[in-house]
Every structure is written in structure tokens, then in C-alpha cells.
Design a protein around this ligand. Structure first.
Ligand code: SF4
Length: 321
């Protein structure tokens, strides 16, 4: 599989008014192949959303170090004027709260058509394509309902509209940031199913950002687990669920209910550290039940555990899983 997205050594740093630098993301590397579905998982505060935004160069005033290449093109070297047309046509994003992405006084049809109009398409033609796409994404009676306004739609339908807005420019990579968090479980399943279908049909690569490791099993080919601004484990989805190597990943999985098991759910103790006050060594060590002496002093690097499995942990390093 050719790599569509190649991120190497990404660092995102915020500077406080006092002049102090805070590293939000450090040493982040990632590959996403054409048509591949990758999930980036972690608790809130792990740095996954700010990483996702940085991939579209929505830099939020942060200093960006490292490299982000999309189809071989270095995005960090582009000016905002050069980057603007890349968004939508090559890489697009769906956000957690579709209402924040939708204009309340614009019809659904016009909002979905807008990216095409902005790129010079005649409005009539863009509207026609918008209605067609909404129909493909499951909006029944799309011709009529596309004339409605966002407040007339349910949360699940709004998320379909947001997806249509992201897809109308036919990007190769979709970054979906917690797209189902605000939805109830039944609608969540529908939206994830839709996302999977769309990805398959269009050979679209998807980077799904989620705090919910439970949604990953059905959706992703590969998973990257992030903790305190760094990837701590990366694996094919099956390997991650059957042989999780990092104690943090095991903690996330232990808190997920499954249909087939009656085991007791165990919540991870504590919370992720404030990036301004990260503990030395492994940032997870204050919460880790299997920490050893080295953990509080030396930061573990990602080490290969197999062809496509790696973890950053002193205890599991070198252990074959
Ligand atoms: Fe736990 Fe140590 Fe591994 Fe960190 S390096 S996850 S503290 S065992």
C-alpha cells in the first residue's frame, strides 16, 4: 500500500504569554496508506485532536516542527494561500459537533454545494451534485429535504451533512475528529457504518480520532494509541485487541464493555498529565500498575514487537506478542 500521508517527528508547541513553551505533541510519526482506515486513540488531553487539526495546517497559533507530507507534498512548507485549495480537495475534516460546522441560516443544499462554488463551479451544478451526494449518504427524499435548514435535522442527519460537505471536493484523506461522540449508540453505529461504506466505495483513506477504543474494532485497519502527546502503541486492529502490549492500551481496553464477555470493567485510575507538568521518564508511570524503576527516569521509545506492531514501554520492549 502506498503511503498517502507521511508524518515524521511532528512537534506542536504552544507558547504561553509568559514566554514559556509547552510541548503539546512530541515525536509524532504516522503513515496512512491510500484507502486505509487508521484510528488515533487516546483519552482527552492526549493531543490527538490538535494533531488532527495540524494535519490540515489548522495550526491554532502553535509552532509546528517536523514534516507532514500528503501525496509526497510537504504541507508544512505551504503558505496559507497554497494550503487553502488542498483542504477539501485532498484532505478534509469532519468535526465532533456538526452544528459548529454548519451555518444556521443557509440551506443544507447550499452548504454542501459551497466548497464546489468556492472553487468556481456553477451554483446550479454544485447544488445538483450536493443533492446527489446527500442521497448517496442516506438522506431520504434528498431533493426536498436538502432545502431545509440545519435545525430541522437530527444530530445523526447533521453529521451526514457534515460528511457530505467534507466529501464533495473528493479528498483522498478524511480526518474524522470524534464524529460520533455527540450521538446516541444506535446513531453512532449508523454513522460509523456509513463512514466505512463511503471509505470502501471511494478508496478513501480515513484517520478516525476517538477517545473510545470500543468504536475502533469495527472500523479501523490499524490503530495508533496516543498518550500525553506521543504515540505509545501502534498495531493492526486485531493484534491490538488480542495482544495489547502497552499497559495504557490494556487499561483502555479493560474499560470497554463487550457483548461476548461478562468480565468486570476496570476504569483506568487517574488522569493524563497536564502537558506543562509532565512527569519525567514514561509519562504514564504515575498511573501504571507494572512500572519498574527505569520508568520514572527514562522515556521509552517506540520499539518494534513484530512487523506492524510497536510499543513504547520498558517492560514490554522486546517481548514478542
Ligand atoms: Fe508502565 Fe513503565 Fe511501560 Fe511506562 S514504561 S507503560 S510506566 S511499564
Amino acid at each position: 500500500m502506498t503511503d498517502l500521508l507521511e508524518v515524521d517527528g511532528l512537534g506542536l508547541t504552544a507558547t504561553e504569554p509568559s514566554g514559556v513553551d509547552i510541548e503539546l505533541v512530541r515525536d509524532f510519526s504516522l503513515r496512512v496508506g491510500a484507502g486505509e482506515r487508521v484510528a488515533l486513540v487516546g483519552e482527552s488531553g492526549s493531543g490527538k485532536s490538535v494533531t488532527a487539526r495540524a494535519l490540515l495546517r489548522l495550526d491554532d497559533g502553535l509552532r509546528v516542527d517536523g514534516s507532514i507530507r500528503l501525496s509526497g507534498r510537504e504541507l508544512t512548507a505551504l503558505s496559507e494561500a497554497e494550503m487553502a485549495p488542498v483542504r477539501g480537495s485532498e484532505i478534509a475534516m469532519v468535526f465532533q459537533d456538526p452544528l459548529s460546522a454548519l451555518n444556521p441560516i443557509m440551506t443544507i443544499r447550499d452548504q454542501v454545494a459551497e466548497p464546489l462554488v468556492a472553487r468556481g463551479a456553477p451554483r446550479k451544478q454544485a447544488r445538483r451534485r450536493a443533492v446527489e451526494l446527500l442521497g448517496e449518504l442516506g438522506l431520504a427524499d434528498a431533493e426536498r429535504r436538502a432545502r431545509a435548514y440545519p435545525h430541522e435535522f437530527s444530530g445523526g442527519m447533521r453529521q451526514r451533512v457534515a460528511l457530505a460537505m467534507a466529501l464533495i471536493g473528493e479528498p483522498k484523506l478524511l480526518v474524522a475528529d470524534e464524529p460520533t461522540t455527540a450521538l446516541d449508540v444506535r446513531v453512532q453505529q449508523q454513522v460509523l457504518g456509513l463512514l466505512a461504506r463511503v471509505a470502501r466505495e471511494r478508496d478513501l483513506a480515513v484517520l478516525l480520532i476517538t477517545h473510545d477504543v470500543g468504536v475502533v474494532a469495527e472500523f479501523a485497519d490499524r490503530v495508533v494509541v496516543m498518550y500525553s502527546g506521543r504515540p505509545v502503541e501502534t498495531a493492526e486492529v486485531r493484534a491490538l485487541f488480542t495482544a495489547p502490549a502497552h499497559p495504557y492500551t490494556r487499561g483502555l481496553l479493560a474499560a470497554v464493555p463487550t457483548m461476548s464477555s461478562t468480565r468486570r470493567l476496570v476504569a483506568l485510575p487517574g488522569t493524563p498529565p497536564d502537558p506543562a507538568r509532565r512527569p519525567p521518564g514514561c509519562a504514564f508511570h504515575p498511573r501504571c500498575a507494572v512500572a519498574v524503576n527505569a520508568c520514572g527516569a527514562d522515556r521509552p521509545e517506540l520499539a518494534d514487537l513484530g512487523a506492524t506492531h510497536a510499543a513504547a514501554c520498558h517492560v514490554t520492549r522486546g517481548v514478542s506478542v
